[in-house]
Design a protein around this ligand. Structure first.
Ligand code: PLP
Length: 403
């Protein structure tokens, strides 16, 4: 049956304290109890509608978490101060010293650095694999593997993870499949394809206005309870709490996500199609030439487009720098990291968001020094945008390779 994340979010209706259409924002770190016994009870287990302290949960954060839980068809969710907060606390909930993680090698550089440099200090080690080669993924799993980790659409190469196949591999080995769905909110619903935990950087498409950093974890009731456990939960004890004023503004933006995704996707498809027709090597999963086009077509929820992320390989770093400077001059967008903003953003991942990944590993993954990652904006006149891009390509002397 078709799943419709946008109507799940639409049906999330909250009446504020005074009937406000936007629920009142919680402006308290702590909450009163009518009796000491009730407080003691809350330390033992969660009580629906009762709040203790904002590092654990507060009503505004709970509203946002509930909406995201509905969007992803999960049982429960927690919101965090950043996507990295969501990823790190999830992995620390699932892994202890001596445990292993198997992870796709084409991932966000911050996640790579966490797995490669920080977690080994706590005895948790990671094998990086080509997530599209399922035999290699299976071969990397050992009895100590607790987590198979991937991005639904990888950063920055835009490879599509075959979620049902990866879930089967993880579960056969007694591991959990954790999916970073930051690039494809609403487009993909990983929990419905067998994933156990979904994480997002809310900083990106879900918020959409590049004015804050936030994250979330969606999973089973049991997993979120472990994440938040007062005595041992990494979220509770490491404390990456989202401020409730931010949670309130992200919740408002979430309600227009489906409309924004359609425009991001339509613009990206138009630009990728034109660039490909001109002979430029462009990566976009909405193109029939993309190796994972039909896989994504099978897995995606219909009606939200193919996503707003596109990559263009211009060969070398100097050419990429020349082109990006001209694109910013001609108001195509901003030379900036991050994504999901209403304006186009572009950057060379090899020298920014993926620079944590060693050169040899980037080369093995096919991440060239001249790869420019674009997060395509909500431009009203994308034909004019394409005309500007063509002028910049000519001036930067980027020649079509006739792929
Ligand atoms: N996951 C992906 C795919 C990202 O691109 C990023 C940030 O760029 C993150 C996670 C980390 O999110 P945050 O910057 O909100 O901590």
């Amino acid at each position: 049956m078709t799943f419709n994340p946008a109507s799940r979010v639409q049906d999330f209706l909250v009446f504020g304290e005074f009937g406000d259409v936007n629920p009142s924002i919680t402006d308290s770190s702590t909450y009163t109890f009518l009796s000491p016994e009730r407080m003691a009870e809350l330390f033992e287990h969660e009580i629906e509608g009762c709040f203790l302290y904002s590092r654990h949960f507060n009503p505004t954060n709970k509203y946002l978490a509930s909406a995201l839980e509905r969007m992803e068809d999960g049982e429960s969710a927690q919101v965090m101060a950043s996507g990295m907060g969501a990823i790190s606390t999830t992995l620390l909930t699932l892994c202890s010293a001596g445990d292993e993680i198997v992870c796709g090698r084409s991932i966000y550089g911050g996640t790579y650095a966490l797995l490669k440099n920080l977690l080994p200090r706590f005895g948790i080690t990671t094998r990086f694999v080509d997530i599209c080669k399922h035999d290699a993924v299976r071969a990397a799993m050992t009895p100590r593997t607790r987590v198979l980790y991937c991005e639904s659409l990888s950063n920055p190469l835009l490879e599509v993870s075959d979620l049902p196949a990866l879930a089967a591999i993880a579960h056969d080995s007694g591991a959990r499949l954790v999916v970073d769905n930051t690039f494809t909110p609403m487009i993909l619903s990983p929990l419905r394809h067998g994933a156990d935990v979904v994480v997002h950087s809310l900083t990106k498409f879900i918020n959409g206005t590049s004015d804050c950093v936030a994250g979330c974890v969606i999973s089973s009731r049991d997993f979120i309870a472990r994440l938040n456990d007062i005595n041992s939960g990494p979220s509770m004890l490491l404390g990456p709490v989202l401020d409730s004023t931010r949670a309130a503004s992200i919740l408002k933006n979430l309600h227009s996500l489906h409309i924004r995704l359609r425009q991001h996707g339509a613009n990206a498809l138009y630009l990728a199609t034109r660039l490909e027709a001109l002979g430029y090597p462009v990566h976009y999963p909405g193109l029939t030439s993309h190796p994972h086009h039909s896989l994504l077509g099978r897995l995606m929820n219909p009606g939200y487009g193919w996503g707003g992320m596109m990559a263009l390989d211009v060969g070398d770093h100097a050419t990429a720098n020349r082109l990006m400077t001209l694109l910013q001059r001609d108001k195509v967008g901003y030379l900036a990291v991050s994504l999901g903003y209403f304006k186009t953003l572009f950057t060379t991942p090899g020298h920014s968001t993926s620079s944590e990944i060693p050169l040899a590993e980037r080369a093995a993954a096919g991440l060239s020094d001249g790869l420019i990652r674009f997060s395509i904006g909500l431009d009203e006149d994308v034909v004019q945008t394409m005309a500007r891009i063509e002028i910049c390509l000519a001036e930067a002397d980027v020649r079509p390779t006739g792929r």
